[in-house]
Design a protein around this ligand. Structure first.
Ligand SMILES: [Zn+2]
Length: 318
């Protein structure tokens, strides 16, 4: 049996949280009644996208303070985005506090909806968000973002030693594949993990998808939750000791356009970041780092593995 603390990242690894953040039900509606908060939030979103996290935190905080204390629906969304910004800025405890604030707002909304069914609050959605946030907060309480690795915070799967070198196929077919430039970018990202643990991890590139241990494709509609850019699935089996051994893994990566030459620098970075994160899953890190400073954080913007990412993959393949 997995340790109890490992249940939460597995749940969160599912697209639930991503789907929830992508669908803040009536947030826009509320902001319509408070232009000031909306303007601050937009500035915060822009700062977040451009990775200026101190500015993002400042704008989100201004948006929060310009709203009345009982504006729970809008406040919930704002605490949510400020929590993310705090996480990727490395403010772990402040992020946890914001996740808790978001949950408190959701809980108040669920209670209010019971006495006022006319308010149009999507209770089941709000309850689901609150439940997920509760799991997230409890999980974070058992994690130490400053430990040398996050091995104990994730589920671990492994490729058996006799599978190396792993055959990686980046699909180039027109329907589900990538152009040559994107293929190179994706291989570079996977190779960053390999370089981090050269004595154990080896890969080789193959052209035939049917020969692949790790198959990389573009998603078909419905493959990936709204708000998420990638997804990795496994075909694996468990031995009698409960170790999970991977037989094949499939990475789905969205990209702005198949034609690499048409991509902006930011879009190329996005593809690289996504490939780097999903490669970590494909190699066996099933779950997410609690720290926003690691590539395996669930909304990491990073292009380079952290020391903890490296230490974790080395611990999985010692
Ligand atoms: Zn992930």
């Amino acid at each position: 049996m997995a340790k109890n603390s490992k249940v939460f990242p597995a749940l969160l690894a599912a697209q639930t949280i991503l789907a929830l953040i992508a669908a803040p039900a009536a947030q826009a509606l509320f902001f319509g009644s408070d232009q000031q908060a909306e303007a601050y939030k937009h500035q915060g979103d822009y700062a977040y996208e451009t990775q200026d996290y101190p500015a993002a935190l400042n704008y989100y905080s201004q948006a929060i303070s310009s709203l009345p204390y009982d504006a729970d629906q809008a406040l919930s969304g704002l605490y949510y985005v400020r929590a993310l910004a705090n996480d990727v800025a490395g403010n772990y405890q402040r992020a946890t506090d914001d996740w808790q604030q978001a949950k408190n707002c959701d809980d108040k909304l669920v209670q209010a909806a019971a006495s006022n069914p006319q308010a149009g609050i999507n209770v089941s959605w709000m309850q689901a968000t609150s439940n997920q946030l509760g799991l997230l907060i409890r999980w974070r309480e058992g994690c130490n973002p400053n430990s040398p690795d996050y091995y104990s915070d994730v589920n671990v799967r492994r490729w058996p030693a006799n599978k190396f070198p792993l055959r990686v196929c980046v699909d180039e077919s027109s329907g589900t594949g990538f152009g040559a430039g994107s293929r190179g970018t994706i291989m570079q990202a996977i190779n960053q993990w390999v370089s981090a643990n050269e004595t154990r991890l080896r890969i080789t590139e193959v052209d035939d998808p049917s020969q692949a241990d790790i198959l990389v494709q573009r998603p078909s509609p419905g493959d990936i939750a709204r708000g998420s850019g990638g997804r990795t699935t496994y075909d694996d089996s468990a031995d009698s000791a409960g170790n999970r051994w991977i037989k094949q893994s499939q990475m789905k990566l969205t990209c702005a356009t198949v034609d690499f030459d048409q991509m902006t620098g930011a879009q190329r970075n996005e593809l690289y970041n996504l490939a780097l994160h999903e490669s970590g899953h494909a190699l066996g890190i099933d779950g997410h780092s609690p720290s926003g400073l690691d590539v395996m954080y669930w909304k990491s913007p990073l292009l380079k593995l952290s020391e903890r990412d490296v230490a974790t993959i080395r611990k999985i393949y010692p």
